[in-house]
Design a protein around this ligand. Structure first.
Ligand SMILES: [Zn+2]
Length: 294
């Protein structure tokens, strides 16, 4: 059973990591976790997340009223409360300003392209919640639109928000978003991302079930939809990158797979624009992503 003291220690550790990775500067960011069905443990306002101690945390009810603590709750408590209200499954919330992801949020560019298998199988897409004045009731309103279908989002001209089944799961999603933003930025500097095809996105989504990933919503079948109950992912129809080979496409004449190679290897004559990953390599990538989310 998770005790209050271990949750206090976990918040301190997550804060330390956020600050060490420069996902927050000065007193930026906030972290919270469900203590029990009626109470939250939350970082206090106006402290640097890199130098917190367990005794600094506040306990509030689900309306944000302080129940315990010498300090006042985070200035973004309203945003955290809205997440817990909309997502009974969420146990922890992390908000930070990781610079590259926040750069995308400032530029108005969502991280919603089909680029990385581990992002498609876990977070799906990372939309941008509309700009809202920090610490006002505007921010929970902006977040409400996307939180039901997403475990991570950018906040326009502000930062990023992630949620999870525990503190570290929420924190690791923040790492994934910043990592994805960094890779996307480099790809754009090098001429642009090659996108994974829609058909392949569907296959990757199928792996969520295989690996027991609890995504809050499926990827939208129509990327042009206004529907906010699914995850919009930009992926080209037809030809595009494939990561999961299809057994049925392996020609009967192909040499049988050697013992050391998995059976699901792309056909020998597969189009040379494909990314070639063995099933084992792909499984490794996805397992690594899942481990990081637990
Ligand atoms: Zn903020």
């Amino acid at each position: 059973m998770t005790t209050e003291s271990s949750l206090r220690a976990d918040i301190v550790e997550v804060g330390r990591r956020l600050y060490a990775r420069a996902y927050t500067a000065s007193n930026d960011g906030n972290i919270s976790v469900r203590l029990d069905p009626g109470r939250l443990l939350m970082t206090p306002k106006s402290v640097c997340k890199g130098f917190m101690t367990p005794d600094m945390m506040c306990i509030t009810d689900l309306e944000g009223r302080k129940l315990q603590g010498d300090r006042d709750p985070s200035s973004e408590a309203l945003m955290h409360l809205e997440v817990y209200r909309q997502r009974p499954d969420v146990q922890a919330v992390v908000h930070a300003h990781p610079p590259i992801a926040t750069g995308f949020a400032v530029a108005g560019i969502p991280l919603n392209k089909a680029v990385l298998a581990e992002v498609l199988t876990t977070l799906g897409s990372i939309p941008i919640a509309e700009y809202a004045t920090p610490s006002t009731s505007e921010l929970p309103e902006a977040v409400r639109k996307y939180i039901k279908a997403h475990d991570g989002m950018l906040l326009a001209n502000h930062g990023a928000l992630t949620v999870g089944a525990d503190l570290f799961a929420a924190y690791y999603k923040m790492e994934t978003i910043e990592h994805f933003a960094k890779i996307s930025l480099v790809a754009r500097l090098l001429g642009g991302e090659n996108l994974i095809a829609r058909e392949e996105v569907d296959r990757l989504q199928g792996l969520r079930g295989t690996y027991g990933i609890k995504a809050p919503a499926p990827i939208c079948a129509d990327p042009a939809t206004e529907d906010v109950t699914c995850q919009v992912v930009e992926a080209p129809e037809g030809r595009g990158l494939r990561l999961v080979p299809d057994l049925l496409e392996t020609p009967a004449s192909a040499a049988p797979a050697r013992q050391s190679e998995p059976a699901l290897k792309p056909a020998a004559n597969a189009d040379d624009t494909e990314i070639r990953l063995t099933y084992r390599e792909l499984s490794g990538l996805i397992e690594e992503a899942i481990r990081s989310l637990r």
